[in-house]
Ligand binder design. Structure first.
Ligand SMILES: Nc1nc2c(c(=O)[nH]1)N[C@H]1C(S)=C(S)[C@@H](COP(=O)(O)OP(=O)(O)OC[C@H]3O[C@@H](n4cnc5c(=O)[nH]c(N)nc54)[C@H](O)[C@@H]3O)O[C@H]1N2
Ligand SMILES: Nc1nc2c(c(=O)[nH]1)N[C@H]1C(S)=C(S)[C@@H](COP(=O)(O)OP(=O)(O)OC[C@H]3O[C@@H](n4cnc5c(=O)[nH]c(N)nc54)[C@H](O)[C@@H]3O)O[C@H]1N2
Ligand code: SF4
Ligand SMILES: [Mo]
Length: 680
């Protein structure tokens, strides 16, 4: 189907397919038809040859004996993992027959896709699948599990997902890593910051609820109460205005509403802010002076902020800070939340929303998949999961699994492994890895688009996402040519996008030749932003229309269940979400699932370091090892890692996480739940 042929043995430039901002350039070594080594591409302008441990071990995952080789059908109870191999013909026929009958009885909206970015390839993650489900007329999925709250908040201030070019941050003098565990989740931003520290005396400040690997590398670590970062930013604005440390020229030319903001932040005096945030008054002054005097300064805005009830407002608020100092005009100054606007491609051509005839089709938020499966009327009778593992990654896991257990739910899972979600499937389909496909990748941190050409043949009988949807389209009798376009045709359509002024020079042929290409950000101007006024909107009418205050405002977390500790179940260093958590090497590197708590709390409850503890709330419970110390403030507990199910272990942290939606974009609120803890 592809005119691009799979490579012979050799060493090939490639790109990391994982959901990680760095999107590293790779060199993949192929011998005797197999990948024997994956290393960093030293020529890649941003990632420069270094990659993380996870992907250095990638060949173990590719050739893991647990990898699926054939389609399977379930032969035992749901959730128990008893399956028998079947042919692709039987698998596709079973799905199509079931779906035709469901459509006859209940209509196409009884079917729901569930997917995320297990593979960031644009054709794989949001290409032929979108065309297929549009044509099917299935219920639609709002893919809001990752960073939408913050994106919405950032866009109110800045107009689009665009920030500083990370390559320019070699000049930066002050890095504020705000709610980001960059050592684990954006290692090259950390590499650049450390180099700037060594060469230009730059400082690294980390603001986090947990002194983890990133906090330990900081020049200054500032612990903060969860969900109060908006108040800290407002306190900084209060001081910047009152001490005349703002850049009036910048404010006048490039912003809307600075006078209203100056007046508004008078209420956020350092004493008030200190009470809200737990940050001492003198530290709020010290931080603001550092920020006001450093030039250039960069705020790297992380996902930790966005997984709270008030995540949208927090990011909207922090995004105002660089406008107060005028940092945006300095090379390497400003902020990075996401840079995806620069690499926007033609999603309309790729995804073909026109194929969805019924514009009233219902949409479900993926963060509430448990509720959706259990409570929706008319019910969802079939779920098709690909590129995601909701039984581990979605909040309210107990509800999710109860939903997946429903006898009248027909579930298909397409994955490389028999994931926890696949254990509940009726039909399991084996997926190719990224190295087996043609695709293109666009980073959401740096400015490069990458080509991925197939390096190895499909593993066993596995098939790519695009192939699976072509087969399903045929079996369903859909005769639109768009549902049989080849990967190369899909990519040509997606990359034909002169409407993106940063991307005009990129198309299939240039990318094929160059392997990776940089967005041209020269047309970007702070005088012509995507906000209604074209300016940086410190004051936003648009927000008023949506029911928010026009000016950045501290909004407290929602009252969760009445338990004592705020619980932050974050990701960890050696897994990528739940990917790699089924690999023994990665498990051993992490040792065990742990919960960090403050020594004062541990003494109060009677828990010693290293003891097994029970954490619970009215959503569920976990049993994990206590790590006692000063890494978190009293009243806060933090776990790291989305651990695979293991016999005899109860470490499913999302059993405790709420499925409430954040203030903006329908985002997730993984980090705004409360729990109790006791010794077992
Ligand atoms: N190694 C590794 N890398 C990854 C991933 C992974 O699982 N493992 N996942 C990938 C994905 S999909 C994403 S979205 C990114 C996520 O990566 P990041 O953007 O780093 O987000 P998190 O790790 O979720 O949270 C970042 C930090 O926020 C802190 N935090 C939580 N609540 C608050 C708060 O209220 N205030 C402040 N100031 N800090 C808070 C947490 O303690 C944590 O240290 O990483 C990607 N890269
Ligand atoms: N408690 C808590 N929960 C969280 C988070 C958190 O910080 N804390 N983070 C949240 C965030 S930010 C995110 S982005 C989500 C991520 O959640 P998911 O997107 O579900 O991420 P993974 O767990 O990595 O699962 C991806 C799956 O895709 C499969 N896969 C990989 N490539 C392909 C392919 O080409 N085709 C198919 N069909 N399958 C493929 C992998 O084998 C893997 O099973 O988790 C969220 N859940
Ligand atoms: S997971 Fe991130 S750091 Fe690791 S190789 Fe992939 S893009 Fe690079
Ligand atoms: Mo994410």
């Amino acid at each position: 189907m592809q005119s691009i042929e799979t490579k012979k043995d050799g060493v090939f430039p490639s790109v990391c397919s994982l959901d990680c901002p760095d999107q590293c350039g790779l060199l993949v070594h192929k011998e005797d038809g197999k990948i024997v080594k994956v290393e960093g591409d030293p020529n890649h302008p941003v990632t420069q040859g270094s990659i993380c441990n996870k992907v250095r071990n990638m060949s173990e995952r590719l050739y893991d004996s647990k990898r699926l080789t054939t389609p399977l059908k379930r032969i035992g109870p749901k959730g128990e993992g008893t399956f028998a191999p079947i042919s692709w013909d039987e698998a596709i026929e079973t799905i199509a027959t079931k779906w035709k009958s469901l459509i006859n009885q209940h209509g196409p909206e009884s079917i729901l896709p569930y997917s995320f970015y297990g593979n960031m390839g644009n054709l794989t993650a949001e290409g032929m699948d979108r065309r297929f489900f549009h044509r099917l007329g299935s219920s639609q999925l709002d893919r809001a599990i990752c960073s939408v709250a913050g994106s919405a908040g950032y866009e109110y201030t800045m107009g689009s997902s665009s920030g500083t070019d990370p390559e320019e941050t070699t000049n930066t003098k002050l890095f504020i890593m705000w709610g980001i565990n960059a050592v684990s989740t954006n290692m090259h931003q950390m590499t650049i910051a450390q180099k700037a520290r060594k060469e230009n005396g730059a400082k690294i400040v980390v603001i986090d609820v947990h002194k983890n690997q990133t906090g330990r590398m900081a020049d200054w670590f500032i612990p903060i109460q969860p969900g109060t970062d908006g108040a800290l930013a407002l306190g900084m604005m209060h001081i910047l205005f009152s001490k005349q440390m703002v850049n009036q020229d910048f404010l006048k030319v490039y912003t809307l509403g600075f006078e209203e903001l100056e007046d508004h932040v008078k209420q956020y005096d350092p004493e008030t802010v200190s009470t809200i945030t737990g940050v001492p008054v003198e530290d709020i002054y010290k931080l603001t002076h550092m920020y006001g005097n450093a030039s250039p300064s960069l705020i790297r805005i992380g996902n930790g902020l966005q997984h709270h009830d008030n995540g949208g407002m927090i990011v909207r608020t922090i995004a105002c800070l660089p406008a107060l100092t005028g940092a945006w005009l300095e090379t390497g100054g400003g902020a990075i939340k996401s840079n995806s606007s620069f690499l926007a491609y033609n999603t309309t051509a790729l995804q073909r929303p026109d194929l969805l005839k019924n514009k009233q089709t219902r949409t479900f938020n993926m963060n509430q998949i448990g509720k959706v499966l259990r409570e929706t009327t008319p019910p969802v009778y079939s779920l098709f999961v690909y590129g995601s593992n909701p039984a581990i990654v979605a909040p309210e896991s107990n509800k999710v699994r109860q939903g997946l257990k429903r006898k009248d739910l027909f579930t298909v899972v397409h994955d490389l492994f028999l994931t926890e979600t696949a254990q509940y499937a009726d039909i399991v389909l084996p997926a190719t890895s990224a190295f087996e496909n043609l695709d293109f990748y666009t980073s959401y941190w740096h400015h490069y688009v990458h080509m991925q050409q197939p390096i190895i043949e499909p593993f066993g009988e596995s098939k790519s996402n695009t192939d699976v949807f072509r087969l399903l389209a045929k079996a369903m009798g859909f005769d639109e040519g768009a549902l049989q376009d080849s990967d190369e045709e899909l990519m040509r359509q997606a990359l034909d996008y002169p409407e993106n002024r940063y991307f005009k020079h990129v198309n299939f042929d240039t990318l094929l030749k160059e392997q990776y290409m940089k967005a041209d950000r020269s047309p970007y101007s702070f005088k012509n932003l995507g906000t209604p006024s074209g300016k940086i909107e410190l004051y936003s009418e648009q927000m008023v229309k949506k029911g928010f205050p026009a000016l950045p405002t501290h909004t407290p977390l929602v009252e969760d269940v009445n338990f004592s500790y705020l619980f932050i179940p974050g990701p960890n260093h050696n897994f990528l979400n739940s990917t790699f958590s089924n690999n023994e090497k990665h498990q051993n590197l992490e040792k065990s699932a742990k919960v960090h708590l403050n020594r004062l709390d541990a003494e109060k409850i009677g828990i010693a370091d290293g003891e097994l503890v029970r954490i619970w709330n009215d959503r569920g419970e976990c049993e994990i090892i206590a790590a006692v110390g000063e890494n978190v403030l009293p009243g806060v507990v933090v776990s790291q890692g989305l651990w695979a199910d293991m016999p005899g272990k109860k470490q499913l942290v999302n059993a405790l996480a709420p499925d409430r939606l954040a203030d903006m974009g329908g985002g997730a609120t993984f980090f705004s739940g409360r729990v109790n803890i006791e010794k077992i």
